[in-house]
Design a protein around this ligand. Structure first.
Ligand SMILES: Cc1cc2nc3c(=O)[nH]c(=O)nc-3n(C[C@H](O)[C@H](O)[C@H](O)COP(=O)(O)OP(=O)(O)OC[C@H]3O[C@@H](n4cnc5c(N)ncnc54)[C@H](O)[C@@H]3O)c2cc1C
Length: 276
């Protein structure tokens, strides 16, 4: 994989534990870094005496934004996310590979779009929503789950979009720990999801957020027999670091684990593979 140096031209704090990093793509790399809404970049980050790699979704839109942006939320004791938030500043240079990923809009569809985002899972979804609003007439619904109001990334941007595109976009914030807004202090569950979807099971569904959140939404869609062709998922997992590979290997070598299926995620799709 080839990594290219990108200059950080701006860092924007989004919440207390997340920030956006904006890159000016040099003229000679513009075509190389052409991207579709919903895609991500893989970054190569110096760590101790080696390098680690992490993917970050592009939160800017290729339609509305001249510069390319990623938005990174700190993970507790996480390596790359804290490195970005602590070390990367305007004028820094980072190494990134070209955009990839299939968590993108399907062309030539005019059914509704329903986005389920949880926490930092909003990053590719903001890009998809902005792009869909400007390039299609498809009705767009966002269901965005967070702990509380302060942890909502892009709150104002979303409010602005909902006002500007009030005929096309509706945003529902679900807050698990805030009773002030539309929340009863619990996580999204089947009943709430069904109420929010309100029989629009013919939509295209995009899901990105913490694993339990994604599993809940996917299970409801499966219950309602939503065709796999209309369900798009992006799972935020870290690549395995060179010094952590041993931990991973020791799990795989465990002798008494019986029949095991591995779930592999590639380009936004899950594959179940027998582990022999
Ligand atoms: C396609 C894609 C797009 C993504 N987009 C975004 C995005 O837009 N924004 C965003 O914020 N994130 C995004 N992510 C997630 C991101 O890539 C990282 O996984 C995330 O930032 C955490 O990385 P980290 O290096 O900070 O944490 P890591 O160092 O990977 O650690 C994560 C957690 O696991 C623990 N841990 C993991 N392995 C071990 C081990 N062997 N021993 C001990 N502890 C361990 C750590 O302590 C920590 O709590 C995306 C992921 C993918 C795959």
């Amino acid at each position: 994989m080839t990594f290219y140096p990108l200059d950080v031209v701006e860092c924007v704090p989004e919440t207390t534990d997340s920030a956006s990093f904006i890159f000016e793509i040099p003229e000679e790399l513009r075509a190389t870094f052409d991207y579709k809404a919903g895609q991500f970049l893989n970054f190569r980050i110096p760590w101790k005496d080696f390098f680690i790699e992490r993917c970050y979704s592009i939160s800017s839109s290729p339609i509305t934004d001249a510069r390319l942006q990623v938005t990174i939320k700190r993970a507790a004791n996480g390596r790359a996310s804290n490195w970005f938030n602590d070390e990367v500043r305007e004028g820094s240079q980072v190494m990134a590979a070209t955009p990839s990923g299939r968590f993108v809009l399907k062309e030539q569809r005019n059914n509704g779009l329903i986005f389920f985002a949880g926490g930092s899972g909003i990053t590719p979804i903001l890009s998809l929503i902005q792009t869909a609003l400007l390039t299609t007439d498809r009705p767009v619904q966002l269901i965005y789950a967070n702990r509380d109001t302060d942890s909502i990334i892009f709150k104002q941007t979303l409010e602005g979009l909902a006002t500007e595109h009030s005929n096309q976009l509706s945003c529902h914030h679900h807050l698990s720990c805030d009773h002030d807004l539309d929340s009863d202090g619990t996580h999204l569950n089947q009943q709430k999801i069904e109420d929010l979807v309100a029989q629009r099971w013919d939509a295209d569904f995009y899901i990105c957020g913490p694993s339990p959140f994604m599993e809940t939404v996917e299970a409801v869609l499966a219950d309602h027999k939503v065709d796999d062709e209309r369900v798009f998922v992006e799972r935020f997992v870290s690549s395995i670091d060179p010094d952590r590979a041993e931990v991973q290997a020791s799990v795989e070598e465990e002798p008494d684990i019986g029949d095991v299926k591995l779930k592999i995620t590639a380009d936004g799709k899950d594959f179940d593979v027998e582990y022999l």
